[in-house]
Design a binder for this molecule. Structure first.
Ligand SMILES: [Zn+2]
Length: 156
């Protein structure tokens, strides 16, 4: 049984510049239909679950940030909205999913970033809690990011 959603699902005030017109349409649709775009039962057809470990799953970010080699999202199955809702046992699932990503995507073996926004000042657009798991475009010979190809992650 899905957890009842509390508060607005999306925050359109941060939508500009994030993923273009298609992204904005997706957010507006979520607002109109009151259907959370990150709850497993309402994921878009072109964005199916890549891997799931107990209470968390991974999908591709359909709107990857500039210079991202791979941009995944690590999401709780349950519609959580606050960072304080992440339990100590959840970190085991999160670690397992990162391990899976390292096996699937060569750049994750070299490194990347795991980032989460929370609260009203963070720039979060979809209020279903989610981590961004990102690797930059990386030189496979050096294991370092190509000069000028770093990924910016805006907060706020
Ligand atoms: Zn949700």
């Amino acid at each position: 049984m899905p957890k009842p959603k509390k508060g607005p699902l999306v925050d359109l005030s941060y939508a500009e510049g994030a993923g273009g017109e298609e992204y904005l349409k997706m957010l507006q649709n979520a607002e109109e239909t009151d259907e959370c775009p990150l709850c497993p039962e309402s994921l878009s057809k072109k964005n199916q679950i890549l891997h799931c470990v107990r209470k968390w799953f991974l999908i591709k970010n359909l709107y990857p940030y500039d210079n991202a080699d791979t941009h995944l999202m690590l999401i709780p199955v349950e519609h959580l909205t606050g960072i304080e809702e992440i339990l100590p046992t959840d970190w085991e699932d999160i670690e397992n999913l990162i391990g899976w990503a390292k096996g699937e995507y060569p750049t994750f073996k070299m490194g990347g970033g795991l980032v989460i926004r929370f609260g009203t000042n963070s720039g979060v657009t979809v209020r279903h809690l989610h981590f961004h798991l990102i690797t930059p475009i990386t030189n496979p010979e050096t294991g370092k990011v190509f000069k000028g190809k770093h990924v910016n992650f805006p907060i706020g």
